[in-house]
Design a protein around this ligand. Sequence first.
Ligand code: ADP
Ligand code: MG
Length: 389
Amino acid sequence: MKLQELASKLESDFKLHFQRPPQWIAAAPGRVNVIGEHTDYNDGFVLPMAIERYAVMAACPGASNGEIRVFDTHFKETAIINISGPVTRGEPKWSNYLRGVIAGLQRRGLSIPALDVAMVSTVPLGGGLSSSAALEVCTATLLEAVTGLSLDPVDKALIAQAAEHEFAGVPCGIMDQFISAMGREGHLLLLDCRSRRTELVPMNDPSVELLVINTNVKHELGSGEYARRRAECEEAARLLGVSSLRDATADNLEHARSRLSPVVFSRARHVISEIERTLHAASAFRESNWITAGQLMYASHDSLRDDYAVSCKELDLVVEIALEIGLTGGVYGCRMTGGGFGGCCVALVRTGSVEDISKRIAEQYQARADRSATLFSSRPAAGAAILKR
Ligand code: ADP
Ligand code: MG
């Protein structure tokens, strides 16, 4: 559904639920990381884009003093957030993404009025497309509309990230909130996770888009292996004498080979090569060089599978099918995206072939993995915005 339609639908649901029209409407997108995986905690680069899937919130001045009432059209339940003092964690669980952002704004001295809010989201929940960041950034954007305050986008993203850390207990990096807050239509966002500098990378050609393929598996290995990869990267950096792998080159690593265990060597090789691939891919996208961009995506997948060991057979299968369809079928490249051990793949595809490609991947995946994939395609979407003020 187009963002404007989604907002209109929410506006009428709001009227039905609260018997009044909303005064403010805000939206924030989910995201997919095009390339740059497991580079964020190594001070490296990532290249995400906002997707045409959004959290949208509508609000009007609240009927009950000292409270923000939030009706969620997904779970069909209402959260009551007490704002007469500092906002705390509470029930229902999903309300913590909003509570955390409200608390962050309170800490900055902003006084938040009572509100009635309704929300909807087309970002799949828990599908690795950051429905959580969409909620957080949407909350912050809605409160900008309500209070008239204009937050610096970096500040806004950091408030949203702090909410995820402190209120949802998820120690995420900065990518999800940065791209949701700062995405621009027709652009990817190159983000330096060390300096937090961002650069919009144009991807305006309507003849290509990104196809997201959810394998609909999530292997339990996830969090333990994630912690182990981080420790292995720290060990590699220490043995290479650098503060993070961002500062190491492929040559440095080769010279240090005898001092690193084979596993730690491989992990470092992934990170160092992935940082390079991400910068290289940003140039390729900028130049509309889809062939090179696609090859870098395949190379990223190989590296994540072989050196970083965070793929799984379902993700590998999707990439294999993409390779079988190949350039002649309209696929430039494909890779796993996100932390790994399940979740989604992302493919760079020719717009005119999207339907054929989706059909072939869905059929082949069903036949060979004996389960269904969920697919959708997107052009780079806009970041958070106030739709009504
Ligand atoms: P991801 O960010 O990859 O989608 P997370 O586990 O980080 O996965 O976030 C998913 C959680 O975000 C859900 O379990 C829910 O608590 C919350 N959430 C996201 N969108 C909505 C929504 N529309 N309504 C209620 N809760 C939501
Ligand atoms: Mg999340």
